[in-house]
Design a binder for this molecule. Sequence first.
Ligand code: GUN
Ligand code: ZN
Length: 434
Amino acid sequence: MTAIAYRAEILAVPEDPLRAGAEAIRHHPDGLLVVEDGIVAACGDHADLAGRFANVPTERLAGILVPGFVDTHIHYPQTERIASHGEQLLQWLDRHIFPAEAAFADRAHADAIAAFFLDELLRNGTTTALVYPTVHPQSVDALFEAALARGMRIVSGKVLMDLGPADLRDTVAGGRADSEALVARWRGRGRLGYAVTPRFALTSTDAQLEDAGRLVAAHPDVLMHTHLAENRGEIAAVAARFPHAADYLDVYDRFGLVGDRSVFAHCVHLDARARNRMAAAGAGIAFCATSNMFLGSGLFDLAATDAAGIKIGIGTDVGAGTSFSILHTLGEAYKVCQLRGQVLDPFRALYLATAGGARTLNLGDRIGGLRPGQEADFVLLDPAATPLLARRTAGASIADTLFALQILGDDRAVAATYVAGRRALSPSRSAACR
Ligand code: GUN
Ligand code: ZN
């Protein structure tokens, strides 16, 4: 057994402060995190734990140690199309995104982007993500191979889109066969998980949506991942195609795609019926603040989501999202809440970015809280990463420091990322990138 301990200021929010209150916040100004074979053996005050683990080699880390970030919605093939100008969702997809995704028929291209993408996640402190690849099964192989090499907990699955553009289209039977083969090939390997991924209602026939429902039912260990109620033009097109559905969510529901393993990105335009149905089904939402503003989609309603009791995490949604940084995304989420007259507390924000995201991906037992028995994915934040941050956080409380990191921080504030207890990027690469 390999054991190592890290002594640092430690902060984790394993429970939702909305329900658990201040009890949810675990702050150890002089803390100790003990890791055995990549799993948290103990986490608490150094003074309480030092005696019990006196024989374990201990490294001192400068900065604030927090759980690794969880990105509940992101597209790796869109990495190079981030910051593409001038359109809302449906036109942006046609003009910028579909042509870029067609290039992933080439496995070598997929390998190169997957490697860059995962290193970018790590550089930003993200250790787990629910990821869209493309329609091509080899795009999933490329991502999973690269994630396996890095020991990362990544969930993904071939995009289903038999109504897509000609060079990005599958078929019901082909999509099913490719998905089954990928589930069989990757099940149980490393820390990977599979998600049945119909792109959205408009890019699949009824037959494919129905088959996706069958696929989810046939494999109790997979997630279902799609987009929902993002943009008004999209919603109008869905309503025109499915006149008998109560609303957009009901389209997915009729095909068996709404359950406790479902994760829906965006959900900007939902009413009470849909929210209540999502809560009753145990479905989750990815709140994608930078993307919703970049594409002009709208302001997500966090208070209504919380009032309904829906599971929720944070998504960057790169390439519509404008940053890989979950810290930066939390800053934008704060502003979205301000525009709605709501207030996002910094500890709640950290919960959403860690344990809340983990729960949304049904991984709450494995990651997100630095609880004993959980996987030891964590990030070291540097509250003095920039001259401005250093000045703003000097002598500040932990709440104030955390908030400043969310408003002013980004990849520069991530001093190091640890995956299963080990530092993920070589110091030279981290240094070169900062
Ligand atoms: N809806 C369907 N496809 C996409 C996509 O690639 N990005 C976003 N933001 N929304 C979508
Ligand atoms: Zn998306």
